[in-house]
Design a protein around this ligand. Structure first.
Ligand code: ZN
Length: 432
């Protein structure tokens, strides 16, 4: 009997092995699957974990370099004080720099269009380790901090720079900044380009993939070709969905450099759409659920998220009518620009130097710094535009343009424009 069963089993051996194999395969896949699912679940949970997120943030923020070089070109209305304010230095450090500068007769008064460089050490107490101020196109004065001491020694540096003119054009793939960097355009020039169009273009929302740009700009280089500094933008074009926005550089009699479109209209508008640099539009004008109060309410301004301390500019010339605590708006500033327009800036961490009721301000002047005072969930600027007493959407504002060139100045501009157009076609022919 026993032998019979054994014989039968032998007959079915292949079949039994097959079933066993199938069973093993099923079990293995099943366990692998569930295991993977739990893994993904735990991974997801860790990503959602706020503490881990904070750790990621601190890891990435530690990656920002310790030394930072900042460059300025002196604009109308700039003073050493307001340039240093933009660097967010401790008060004593600012005083130290001002005293150092005032002792040098060559640079005692700040001249229009001159270049300034600051190298900043961002470790703990922010301090300047060296800085350079342009005396003229041939000379710079450089200041170096004595190690361990709080004073600077200076040195005049002869420049032997060659001015080169560069033409670049590109089609925007992801962002204007990335596309421009890929083309080898230096960050200073890109920032300046964005500033020129800041009055008419909202870089967050108006720029789309496929839009294009052209730019002609100066660069100053040493004899060995090493880049020394970026110069002016001479011409720029931004093509947004088929519309050309051309800007030509033009120097006015008072040496002020301004940019005009082909019909001689200044790129400057009475008000800026975005009175802050490098911010992200975080909440638009319109109905929304209030992040703190919870109920749906009209949002009568535009919010721009930016780190605490980011400078906020006056969006146009005008008189400060309020610079004080204003409840939910925290520290806020109100400016009256003319009989039609007023602007409000809320949630500031602190006011700009000398900003108080009754003070006149220039477009672009720093009036305060981003904060989260009042009813606010995080550092941002709440910006309001009031037109004839009514709050309106600043991002949809069609503003009258500033200066329009007329008469003799217009003729000069036309001649200059033709020269730039010729230069442009030569540069394009040169690269083809
Ligand atoms: Zn707001």
């Amino acid at each position: 009997m026993k032998r019979k069963i054994f014989e039968k089993l032998e007959e079915y051996a292949y079949f039994i092995w097959l079933i066993l194999l199938i069973l093993i395969a099923v079990f293995v896949t099943y366990f692998y699957d569930t295991n993977k699912k739990t893994q993904v679940f735990f991974l997801q949970k860790s990503f959602d974990n706020i503490y881990l997120n904070k750790t990621f943030e601190s890891i990435t923020s530690n990656l920002t370099p310790r030394y930072l070089t900042v460059h300025f070109q002196v604009k109308k209305g700039d003073t050493y004080e307001n340039i240093l304010d933009r660097l967010n230095l401790p008060i004593e450090e600012k005083k130290r720099i001002l005293n150092t500068v005032k002792k040098q007769k060559e640079i005692k008064s700040l001249k229009l269009n001159k270049q300034l460089y600051f190298k900043i050490d961002r470790k703990e107490n922010i301090k300047i380790i060296e800085f350079k101020i342009e005396i003229d196109k041939k000379k710079d004065i450089a200041f170096y901090r004595d190690i361990g001491l709080n004073n600077f020694y200076s040195k005049i540096i002869e420049k032997n720079l060659n001015k080169i003119i560069i033409f670049k054009e590109g089609t925007i793939k992801n962002s204007l900044y990335n596309t421009a960097i890929e083309l080898g355009i230096k960050p200073n020039t890109i920032v300046e380009f964005a500033r020129l169009y800041g009055f008419q273009v909202d870089f967050q929302r108006d720029i789309w993939k496929g839009d294009s740009f052209q730019i002609i700009y100066e660069q100053f280089e040493n004899n060995d070709g090493s880049l020394v500094e970026s110069g002016d933008i001479i011409f720029s074009n931004l093509n947004i969905r088929g519309n050309d926005l051309n800007l030509y550089k033009f120097e006015l009699q008072n040496k002020e450099i301004d940019y005009f479109d082909e019909s001689g209209k200044s790129m400057k508008k009475t008000l800026m759409k975005t009175p802050i640099n490098g911010a992200r539009l975080s909440s638009p004008f319109g109905k929304r659920k209030h992040p703190i109060l919870g109920f749906t309410k009209m949002h009568t301004g535009t919010d721009f998220a930016a780190p605490t301390g980011t400078p906020i500019m006056a969006s146009g010339d005008g008189v400060v009518t309020k610079a004080q605590w204003c409840g939910g708006g925290g520290n806020c500033v109100k400016i009256k620009h003319n009989s039609v327009y007023q602007t409000i800036y809320a949630h500031m961490s602190k006011f700009g130097r000398g900003i108080k009721k009754g003070v006149r301000v220039k477009q672009g002047q720093i009036i305060g710094y981003v904060g989260s005072t009042g009813l606010s969930t995080g550092p941002h600027l709440h910006y309001e535009v009031i037109e004839n007493g009514r709050k309106i959407n600043s991002q949809k504002l069609k503003l009258p343009s500033g200066k329009v060139l007329k008469g003799e100045q217009r003729n000069e501009f036309e001649v200059n424009k033709i020269k730039i157009d010729v230069l442009k076609s030569e540069l394009i022919a040169g690269i083809n």
